[in-house]
Structures are given as structure tokens and as C-alpha cells.
Design a protein around this ligand. Structure first.
Ligand code: NAD
Length: 544
């Protein structure tokens, strides 16, 4: 116990390492990749700090070499969901009573461990298990997760210092309590950092957590748990369980002590969870906080004045649409291009797309790996088939797919003549970019079309030199994207620089990577203390 108003270390974004040939980080990562690929680990659930093995095993495989099993993981049932809740509730009093700076120190230590010894481990796990290239792994499982840990500590400290006004007769204070009950963190396969943050952000604020990772990221998420345990996270603060998500969630979402849900994943799953919470509303001891970041149908919109920056536009489309195989909630998956720009852009875009190298991510020359699993492969190929069979769609590049060794889909560019084509409306979550070419003189009409075409509102970009055109796009597309980019690709948000989240069908827009997110994990108590309490019932106006 110390007596001090402490200041927290000022955070800076973790520098992204290059992994260029000859660099020490590349050599270390290569060794780690070889070592980890050569072993097969056994992943237990972690409940109350204990390793739980049920023998009901799932397998984590490499998406780019699906014959290769990296790990087996133990899966539980409803009884494990109940045990995880009990462990979270048991750990809660001591964790919530721990001074903020002591809790914060655990996450700062985790950040430092991840910046050093764990960096190659988490990056290798994310590359092998989720088929990210080294750069995509580095910006996710290293830099973004480090940033979440460090910046959240600073954001939380700032939040705690937000206090009401007082005067000489009274002192008003706000006590930033954790939520009642426990928090349920349900996480997606596509970002290791999101998995870590969905569990860690509520925990930093004094909550205890039941953490259910995606089975498709079980391998890297295990190392996140290992990292947090090594950093000193007490038993029971984050309890990691695996199993059938619908079964586990049915148990957890109907528990009277559910205090909040921290979810990232598809819109359909979040809506189903919200419905379950609604159906159970009378059972709870509090109104659970529901925070969900979900799907997107993210756009790149070009104005005629973008013609002078053709390479910037083409590169934004290729990187935005195809990095990590288009499996980012923010991936560019529809574009609107004026006819005059398209004439020059089309050959460049097709050329750049055809040049893309795809393959095993351990070969650092590859720009793309495989999509996450067979179900995703089949779904994405279904959209390519739709493009092939549609009279109002034409495949300009890509379209080939092969799942014999890994789930590989070539980056695919489709031109549609119907701006409301399903390819322009639905989230595909794969390397498919659909393009609608509009008449040069229909800028505003087409901006409105872009705004109305999809139910989502996550990310989007405008490319233009003409400042008035940028202003018009900002106005008409104001609600079309929670993260809006000017002359940049719509992916790659950085913690504390571009707080992330969208509205409409894309989520509750609680902006991961900012103080706004942390506000959701606290239930403030206002304390008023009077120094001179009144000693008479009557008021002056009542006097004779
Ligand atoms: P998903 O919805 O399939 O799975 C997400 C999580 O929900 C997993 O842990 C899964 O096990 C669980 N789940 C699945 N069925 C469930 C059920 N019936 N009840 C409770 N939980 C259930 O999503 P995914 O494939 O892992 O991730 C891709 C999706 O995530 C995309 O839609 C993408 O746009 C979205 N995403 C959004 C953001 C964002 O910030 N907006 C970020 C990353 C991913």
C-alpha cells in the first residue's frame, strides 16, 4: 500500500518493426516459427487459475497448411461456464479492492513482456494459426495489443481523475466502481489484439471476466493468457473457456450476475446475444452493458479529382481490400469510381492484383496467406460464383480458389453494373473487392447511394484533391462510417490515434482504443460529503 496520487507512464505507440532481410527481429521470428511449428501443444481451459482438461478436444490447424495441427484444445460445457462464472465472482472482491495502480502495473508489465520476450511468440502464433503475414501479425498481436495495454492504463487514469465540482461546505467525489457481477468477453478470430483487449479492458477497470476466445484463434489466444498470467494477473480475474459457443453463451447470458458483454464478431451473433439478454432481462441484478463491434461493408469512394493521385488510390484499394485476405472488419470491399478515373485505374488495379504473391506466410515474400477455415473458404467462393453467374457483374482479376493444401483464394476484383448488387451490400469477409463505376457528373447522387446501400456503418474513405468534394463527402457520408479516412485506405486504425468502431449494424460504437470504451466498464458512484449539515428543518422563507 502506498500513499500517493501517482502518474502513469506516458504511453507512446509501439514502433512497428520491419522484419526486412538481415534484421535481428526477422532472425528471431524465423527461429520461433520453426520451433513452434515443430511442436504440438495441449491447451487447457483456465478457470480460477487452474488448468482444466476435459479430453473433449478441438484442433488448431494452420489455415495455409491445414494438414498441420498446431495444438489441441480442451472444450467444456455448461458446467464449465458455471465454474468460470463462480471463479470470476470469487476473485471479484479482492480484484475490485486492489488500488488502480497495482492493477495497472500488471498490464504495463504485460505490455513490456510482449514488446520483448513474448513478441516473437505471439507473432509466430498469429502467423501460424491465423495465417497472417509477418507485417499483419506485428501490427496486431504485437503493436496493437501492447498499445491497448499501455494506453488503456493512461485512459483509465484520466477517467479516474474526472471529478465533480465541490466547495468549502462539501466535497463531491466519483468512485469508479467496476460493474456489478462479471463481464463476458466473446472474441473474434481475426485479431489477437482484440481478443486480449476485450478481456483486459474490463479487467483493468476492476471487473472479473469470463473469456471465450474464437476456436479459430485458440492457439494465439492461449499465449495471450500465458502472457497475462506471467505478468501477474491473479487467478480468477480472467477465466478462459472453450466449447460450443451457443451452449456456453446460453448459460452465461442467462446468469443473474451478468454485468456486461464485450463482444467483437459478426452482426448476426451479436444480435442473437442481445435478444437473449432481452429475454432474460428480469433475471438480472443489473442492466448488463452490451458492447459489440460487428460487421462492415467498408467503402472507398473516389472523386474525379483523385485522377492525379492514381497510385495512391490503387494501392489503397489493394492493401485495403486484400491484406489479411480481406478478413478485417474494416476491409475495403466496395468502391465507387468515376468513369474518367476508372479508365486509367482499371488496368493499374488489375495489374497490381494479379502481381500479388499468396502462399504460406512463413515465406516472407508472400503478401497474402489463406482464409481462416473451410466454412469461410466455401462462403467466399460462393460470392465469387455469384459474381460469375450474375449478368450485372464481371470478374476482372482473380476468381480462382484452391483448398487442397490451404484455404487459398486469389484476390478478386469484380465490376458490377447494379450498385445495389448483393456484392455491394453484404459483408463477404474475404479477398473480394466490388467496384461500381459512376458517371462523372453524378458525384452527390452516388455518395447518397453509397450511404444507403449497406446496413453497416464501420469504415470508409474518400479520395479527392478537391477540398469542396471532400467536404461534401464528409457531409453526405457522416453516418456511413464510424472511422472515416481522407486519401487513405479504410483499414489500419491505431490505438489512441483512430479510436475504432462504427454504428448502424456495425456495432455500439464504443471506440476501442479510447477512454470511451473504458467508460462502459465502470459503474460510477457519486459520493457527497457535507461539512456543515443543516441543523434546523425550517427555511428562512418560512419566518414570520
Ligand atoms: P463470429 O461472429 O463467427 O464469432 C465471434 C465470436 O462469437 C467467437 O468467439 C464465436 O465463437 C462466438 N459465437 C459464435 N456463435 C455464437 C453464438 N451462437 N453465441 C455466442 N457466441 C457465438 O465472428 P468471427 O468470424 O470470429 O469474426 C469475423 C466477424 O467479426 C466479421 O463480421 C467482422 O466484421 C467482425 N469484426 C468486427 C470488428 C469491429 O471492430 N467492428 C473487429 C473484428 C471483427
Amino acid at each position: 500500500m502506498i500513499q500517493a496520487t501517482v502518474s502513469v507512464p506516458p504511453p507512446v505507440n509501439e514502433p512497428v518493426r520491419s522484419y526486412a532481410p538481415g534484421t535481428p527481429e526477422r532472425a528471431e521470428l524465423s527461429r520461433t516459427l520453426d520451433r513452434m511449428a515443430a511442436e504440438r501443444i495441449d491447451i487447457p481451459m483456465i478457470i480460477g487459475g487452474k488448468e482444466i482438461r476435459t479430453g473433449k478436444l478441438g484442433e488448431a490447424r494452420m489455415p495455409h497448411a491445414h494438414g498441420h495441427v498446431l495444438a489441441t484444445f480442451h472444450q467444456g460445457d455448461r458446467s464449465h461456464a458455471r465454474q468460470a462464472i463462480e471463479a470470476a465472482l470469487a476473485a471479484k472482491p479482492a480484484w475490485a479492492a486492489m488500488p488502480f495502480e497495482e492493477r495497472a502495473a500488471i498490464f504495463l508489465r504485460a505490455a513490456e513482456l510482449l514488446a520483448t520476450r513474448y513478441r516473437p511468440i505471439l507473432n509466430a502464433a498469429t502467423m501460424l494459426g491465423q495465417s497472417k503475414t509477418v507485417h499483419q501479425a506485428e501490427i496486431d498481436s504485437a503493436c496493437e495489443l501492447i498499445d491497448f495495454f499501455r494506453f488503456n492504463v493512461a485512459f483509465a487514469a484520466r477517467l479516474l481523475s474526472e471529478q465533480p465540482i465541490s466547495d468549502s461546505t462539501m466535497w463531491n467525489r466519483i468512485d469508479y466502481r467496476p460493474l456489478d457481477g462479471f463481464v463476458y468477453a466473446v472474441t473474434p478470430f481475426n485479431f489477437t489484439s482484440i481478443a486480449g483487449n476485450l478481456a483486459a479492458a474490463p479487467a483493468l477497470m476492476g471487473n472479473t471476466v469470463v473469456f471465450k476466445p474464437s476456436v479459430w484463434a485458440a492457439y494465439s489466444n492461449w499465449y495471450v493468457m500465458e502472457l497475462l498470467r506471467e505478468a501477474g494477473l491473479p487467478d480468477g480475474v480472467i477465466n478462459m473457456i472453450q466449447g460450443d459457443p451457443a451452449e456456453l453463451s446460453a448459460e452465461i447470458l442467462s446468469h443473474p450476475d451478468l454485468g456486461g458483454v464485450h463482444f467483437t464478431g459478426s452482426t448476426a451473433v451479436f444480435r442473437a446475444m442481445w435478444k437473449t439478454v432481452g429475454e432474460n432481462i428480469e433475471r438480472y441484478r443489473q442492466y448488463p452493458r452490451l458492447v459489440g463491434e460487428t460487421g462492415g461493408k467498408d467503402f472507398v469512394f473516389a472523386h474525379v479529382s483523385a485522377i492525379d493521385d492514381l497510385d495512391a488510390l490503387a494501392v489503397a484499394l489493394v492493401r485495403g481490400a486484400f491484406e489479411f485476405q480481406g478478413q478485417k472488419c474494416s476491409a475495403a470491399s466496395r468502391a465507387y469510381v468515376p468513369a474518367s478515373v476508372w479508365k486509367k485505374l482499371e488496368p493499374r488495379l488489375v495489374e497490381l492484383t494479379q502481381e500479388i504473391r499468396m502462399g504460406d506466410v512463413r515465406d516472407f515474400r508472400n503478401f497474402m496467406g489463406a482464409v481462416i477455415h473451410e466454412g469461410a473458404f466455401d462462403r467466399i467462393v460462393g460470392y465469387i460464383e455469384l459474381a460469375r453467374s450474375s449478368p450485372d457483374a464481371k470478374i476482372l482479376a482473380g476468381g480462382e480458389a484452391d483448398k487442397s493444401e490451404g484455404y487459398f483464394i486469389r484476390p478478386t476484383v469484380v465490376q458490377v453494373t447494379d450498385p445495389k448488387h448483393r456484392l455491394m451490400q453484404e459483408e463477404i469477409f474475404g479477398p473480394v473487392l466490388s467496384i461500381f463505376v459512376y458517371p462523372d457528373d453524378q458525384y452527390e447522387e452516388t455518395l447518397r447511394l453509397c450511404d444507403e446501400t449497406s446496413p453497416y456503418g464501420l469504415t470508409g474513405s474518400i479520395f479527392a484533391r478537391d477540398r469542396a468534394a471532400i467536404l461534401t463527402a464528409e457531409r453526405i457520408l457522416r453516418h456511413a462510417a464510424g472511422n472515416f479516412y481522407v486519401n487513405d485506405k479504410p483499414t489500419g486504425a491505431v490505438v489512441a490515434q483512430q479510436p475504432f468502431g462504427g454504428s448502424r449494424a456495425s456495432g455500439t460504437n464504443d471506440k476501442a482504443g479510447s477512454m470511451l470504451n473504458l467508460i462502459r466498464w465502470t459503474s460510477p458512484r457519486t459520493i457527497k460529503e457535507t461539512f456543515v449539515p443543516p441543523t434546523r428543518v425550517g427555511y428562512p422563507f418560512m419566518e414570520e
